[in-house]
Design a binder for this molecule. Structure first.
Ligand code: ADP
Ligand code: DP6
Ligand code: CO
Length: 325
């Protein structure tokens, strides 16, 4: 009863930001992402009748506290689904992505955990079923089941049966590149989960965010389909700014940005005025992802590395969905 799976992170071009049901992780808006080749998690899960508790090692370190609880609660879902309530698991995971720094480690982490644990416990799930299950570990993770461009359809049902990801276009559709600009790989102060909850509950800007989503989604899907880089990039950049604006309206207010975050954003806008098409997007953390086309790779990388405060720049292509090792 053992399985190993690999899942890649994804970067949201239209953000998921808010839940309508926290237990089932049902979102208040649909979202759209690109799965990234460069960042991933590999997770092995072994269930054994002799284990009396679950254990979770991340990057060779035993995990306790909140991160451990999230894993055992997720394993409870599998125990219920498979009818094997008395089985406990040994989980070993490696993140080839900074943990809890706004690089979507929860996305690759829970997608790999869902795939490995469902196989290990003997469930044979379709991609759609796996995405629905993965959603309950971390919302953004349901998109990492698929490669390339992926939409998470929010659904309307209260049981969440229609809330899962679908493929919009495979990785081979369009070679859009992403430069991950690392300023800080340390854990953020406000988790994605806590940040979106506070925003939904207190930010007067939240309704404006929700109202803008259907148009953003419709237009970006048309732009991706037409491989229109300017349109795709500008919609993604504006959507990111709207999401981050909602956090400034929260009570207490907060922002994920650092001084260097702003410097990178300005550099990207400067590149555009110098004729290099590049657009930024930022998840719940200070680090910035820059979208660009392959022919501009050298210039984009060089320019980003020069920004004071930037630690590293990692380049990524569109990546695949979940695989089993
Ligand atoms: P991020 O931007 O990295 O997704 P989040 O605040 O959304 O930040 O989630 C970080 C949390 O995701 C961690 O604190 C941990 O609970 C969980 N996580 C990260 N990596 C893994 C993994 N490989 N396996 C299981 N859970 C993980
Ligand atoms: C800003 O999926 O990490 O990255 O569902 O509570 O685990 P939970 O949150 P998470 O939130 C991601 C928020 C985001 C936008 C996105 O990835 O769509
Ligand atoms: Co996350």
């Amino acid at each position: 009863m053992k399985a190993t799976a690999k899942a890649h992170t994804n970067i949201a071009l239209i953000k998921y930001w808010g839940k309508r049901n926290e237990r089932l992780i049902l979102p208040t808006n649909s979202s759209l992402s690109l799965t990234l080749d460069g960042f991933y998690t590999t997770t092995s899960v072994a269930f054994h009748e002799e284990f009396l508790v679950d254990s979770f090692m991340l990057n060779d370190v035993p995990v306790t506290g909140e991160a451990f609880n999230r894993v055992t609660l997720f394993l409870d879902l599998l125990r219920n689904l498979s009818g094997k309530a008395n089985l406990f698991a040994e989980v070993k995971s490696t993140n080839e992505v900074p943990t809890a720094a706004g690089f979507a480690s929860s996305a690759s982490g829970f997608a790999a955990l869902a795939a490995a644990s469902s196989r290990a416990i003997g469930l044979e799930l379709s991609d759609e079923e796996l995405s629905r299950l993965t959603r309950q570990g971390s919302g953004s993770a349901c998109r990492s089941i698929y490669g390339g461009f992926v939409e998470w359809e929010m659904g309307t049902r209260s049981d969440g049966l229609d809330s899962h990801a679908i493929s919009v276009a495979p990785a081979s559709h369009w070679d859009v590149r992403v430069a991950a600009v690392v300023l800080s790989a340390t854990e953020k102060k406000v988790s994605s989960r806590a940040g979106m909850k506070r925003t939904v509950e207190t930010s007067p800007f939240y309704q404006g965010w929700l109202d803008s989503i259907p148009t953003d989604l419709r237009e970006i899907k048309a732009a991706i389909n037409a491989k229109d880089f300017e349109k795709t990039g500008s919609i993604a950049e504006a959507n990111c700014l709207k999401m981050h604006a909602t956090t400034l309206g929260a009570n207490p207010p907060f922002t994920y940005w650092h001084d260097t975050t702003l410097r990178v954003m300005q550099t990207v806008q400067e590149m555009r005025s110098n004729g290099i098409p590049a657009y930024f997007t930022i998840d719940a953390g200070p680090n910035v992802k820059v979208l660009y086309l392959p022919e501009n790779e050298e210039r984009v990388k060089e320019r980003l590395q020069e920004v004071p405060g930037v630690n590293s720049v990692t380049l990524s292509k569109p990546g695949p969905g979940v695989t089993y090792l």
